[in-house]
Ligand binder design. Structure first.
Ligand code: AMP
Ligand code: ZN
Length: 108
């Protein structure tokens, strides 16, 4: 998707504060953080939202969810964190490239 901002981040065409990357996914800090730690985990492949996922995306979605505690710990959130996936206009989604929010406050 040539006009998708998260595709551009995934392809390295625009900068992001990247915290993790592999062949399938990339994670970067949210530009308008709603918590002391707030990052987004996205698939590199363009998927519009949860509403457009299918059975073929099960492994990718499972991988994303399983990565959240690993990345959260690395960001200081070993004590816990919140996740959110805003889905569709009615779900408050603003960027139509699937992304998982991870938010939290590092504990002493
Ligand atoms: P939503 O689609 O409502 O789940 O939210 C999209 C999120 O993407 C918001 O929290 C934005 O602050 C964030 N965002 C938008 N553009 C960028 C960007 N270029 N880099 C990092 N985060 C972004
Ligand atoms: Zn995209």
């Amino acid at each position: 998707m040539s006009d998708c901002i998260f595709c551009k981040i995934a392809h390295g065409d625009i900068p992001a504060s990247k915290i993790y990357e592999d062949d399938d996914v990339i994670a970067f800090n949210d530009i308008r953080p709603a918590a002391p730690v707030h990052f987004l985990l996205i698939p590199k492949r363009h998927i519009e939202s949860m509403l457009t996922t299918s059975k073929e995306d099960e492994a990718l979605l499972g991988k994303m969810l399983a990565l959240t505690p690993v990345l959260a710990r690395e960001q200081g959130l070993a004590a816990g964190y919140k996740t959110a996936i805003n889905t569709g206009l009615a779900g408050g989604q603003e960027v139509f490239h699937l992304h998982l929010h991870v938010l939290g406050t590092p504990q002493q």
